[in-house]
Write a protein that binds this ligand. Structure first.
Ligand code: SF4
Ligand code: SF4
Length: 362
């Protein structure tokens, strides 16, 4: 086993090439795990084992989103047991592939403990990462940890890498190796629309409405997001069901006021969910440029879009965008940059501009 020191950014300001969401939006979950009642049988657990050879398994123990499941809820403060399960899973199903565990650079105790796993031999490699969003995105992780270049949206398994969330490791172990029925998973529920942030034990197949009942504050209007408000999806139909890949639910209260320029005061940088009035123009503040983890200039996509020239956005490295949503999050004009980016990506590539000098006319 080798402890590889990936580059840490401790001394740098977080407001560059990513963002420390834990500082801006700290979330405390209740200690007790509550079970959501649902009488129907759970959706059957069936892990989609890849048919390609997997040379590397990557496990992320450094979530960068505060609404993600804290990994201690899976390792249960017993990382030795967790890595032992991982070892059994990789030898039984993945031909003894190498495992790469990414650990938060803030977790000194976990790092020390993992160092002591000498009994594991050399199959486990650990890396330290600062919990800066979205540095745990697959494209960035594969580049940083393994030096592999992945296109956004490309399946990591095509490059022989399987990214397993910690909960999936535990589920595969319980279901396939121990032979226990797997019928629930932990879903963190958080946001300004709740009285308390909770970790829930939920049967996959449960409608989201059953999860909201009794948890959302009374007499408020709110919006519900699955897998995060930055790059997840908004739930429009509360009959939508939780699945085995659902990671979290965030409920945000609709507000009827704005906090002006909250990005100057990180402790006031809360999520707002509506535009509250007319769209403002881009004010060329460059905050989106500063934030973008892959060094794009999102304001350019806004310009292309508003001029009705979506296909021109490709001239500005659009394909490198990993759709993390940070640009939308920070934009003081509340421009829906990620939505615009997605629309530009869908613009007719047949009419793509081939002459790069064209962009100078914009
Ligand atoms: S342009 Fe893409 S990668 Fe850059 S911050 Fe916006 S969504 Fe993220
Ligand atoms: S953050 Fe918004 S207002 Fe500032 S440059 Fe980017 S698009 Fe324009």
């Amino acid at each position: 086993m080798g402890l590889c020191m990936a580059k840490t950014d401790k001394d740098k300001k977080v407001y560059k090439n990513g963002f420390n969401l834990f500082e801006a939006y700290p979330i405390q979950f209740s200690e007790k795990v509550e079970t959501v009642p649902y009488d129907e049988p759970a959706e059957a657990f069936n892990f989609p084992f890849p048919d390609k050879n997997i040379a590397h398994i990557m496990v992320n123990l450094c979530p960068t989103e505060p609404w993600a499941l804290p990994h201690v809820r899976i390792t249960e403060n017993n990382p030795r047991e967790f890595f032992s399960k991982l070892d059994r899973v990789r030898t039984r199903y993945f031909g003894g592939s190498h495992c790469h565990a990414v650990i938060s650079s803030h977790e000194i105790d976990l790092i020390k403990e993992v160092k002591e796993f000498t009994w594991h031999g050399d199959w486990l490699h650990t890396y330290l990462l600062d919990p800066i969003y979205p540095h745990d995105a697959p494209v960035l992780l594969l580049k940083k940890i393994l030096g592999l270049h992945l296109a956004y949206g490309q399946d990591t398994r095509e490059t022989g890498v399987l990214i397993l969330e910690p909960q999936a490791v535990a589920e595969i172990f319980e279901h396939y190796i121990r032979g226990n029925e797997c019928s629930t998973r932990l879903i963190p529920l958080s946001g300004t629309g709740l009285g308390e942030n909770k970790i829930l034990k939920v049967k996959p197949g449960t409608p989201i409405q059953a999860i909201l009942d009794g948890n959302v504050r009374e007499n408020i209007t709110c919006r519900v997001f699955v897998d995060g408000p930055l790059n997840g999806s908004e739930v429009k139909d509360m009959r939508q069901r939780i699945g085995w890949t659902t990671k979290n639910i965030v409920i945000l209260e609709e507000r009827d006021y704005k906090t002006p320029f909250s990005f100057f005061r990180l402790n006031e940088l809360v999520f707002t969910t509506s535009l509250m009035g007319e769209l403002r123009r881009c004010v060329y503040c460059n905050h989106c440029d500063d934030m973008c983890p892959v060094n794009l200039e999102p304001a350019l996509y806004w310009q292309c879009h508003t001029r009705g020239e979506k296909q021109r956005a490709r001239l500005y490295g659009l394909e490198k965008c990993i759709e993390c949503g940070l640009c939308s999050f920070i934009c003081p004009s509340k421009l829906e940059l990620l939505q615009i980016i997605k629309e530009c990506k869908l613009a007719d590539s047949g009419s793509r501009l081939k002459d790069e000098t064209d962009y100078k006319k914009i």
